[in-house]
Design a protein around this ligand. Sequence first.
Ligand code: NDP
Ligand SMILES: O=C(O)C1=N[C@H](C(=O)O)C[C@H](O)C1
Length: 242
Amino acid sequence: MRILLIGYGTMNRITARLAEEAGYEIAGVIAGDNTTAPYPAFDSIDAAGADVAIDFSHPDLILPLLEGGVKTPLVIATTGRKEELVAVLKEKSASLPVFFSANMSYGVHVMNSLLKKALTMLEDFDLEMVERHHNRKVDAPSGTLVKLLDTALDHREGSYPVYDRSSMHEKRRKEEIGVSAIRGGSIVGTHDCIFAKDDEVIEISHQAQSKEIFANGALKAAAVLVNRPDGFYDYNNLFEER
Ligand SMILES: NC(=O)C1=CN([C@@H]2O[C@H](COP(=O)(O)OP(=O)(O)OC[C@H]3O[C@@H](n4cnc5c(N)ncnc54)[C@H](OP(=O)(O)O)[C@@H]3O)[C@@H](O)[C@H]2O)C=CC1
Ligand SMILES: O=C(O)C1=N[C@H](C(=O)O)C[C@H](O)C1
């Protein structure tokens, strides 16, 4: 499998290393002008002639690249501006296979399934969501938390997110879903869904303990995606036979 890397920051450096260890070839990169990537540089996705492109970058890099026609299958991991990005990806998926996940760890997909179940069983519990990441992360809340929040909002009619209580002078309302983002040091990524009512608390938590899980998840998704028909994929349907 020949892979084009979109973005060559922390994540795609790890993807490149793991890809080469697995016997894949890096066809090239699309990154900033000053990139030090030891691979050929391209400025359009199809120019690399790769079997698949893996994107860990920034909306300002990936969105313009998607403006033209694209034929190369895409694995997209970039977070931030989710609605805009997913709308473009869905449009592109009419003529190529596209996999998008705000968290490439399969464990987070399982967490989201557990959250759906908990939401049906814990209707009278208050729900708060907390994510923690390293101090180099540019988007907040994380793409994963946005995904978990969307799940909760779908299940709790009339609920709404509260991102900042600093100007509030009243007690918490039942419909609130509190969202908190913590940034510090080298925390890889932790997501907690906290269900609380009088005298008891249930938490669903996921802790990423290395960045390799995301890169490996993207590589596994890419290896499956290249044999899939055109369409929009996530962890709900990537492994299903059609
Ligand atoms: N779905 C998942 O499982 C995961 C997703 N991510 C997401 O992947 C993305 C990248 O993460 P990470 O590698 O840690 O980030 P880095 O900041 O280390 O790398 C980002 C890359 O995008 C480029 N870039 C950033 N801003 C711009 C811009 N405005 N215009 C053009 N290029 C830009 C950077 O270029 P330069 O270095 O020249 O600035 C770099 O190549 C983030 O959105 C992150 O949230 C991360 C981990 C897991
Ligand atoms: O930027 C990161 O590091 C991560 N970003 C993704 C997100 O925004 O959810 C996934 C993971 O948590 C790491």
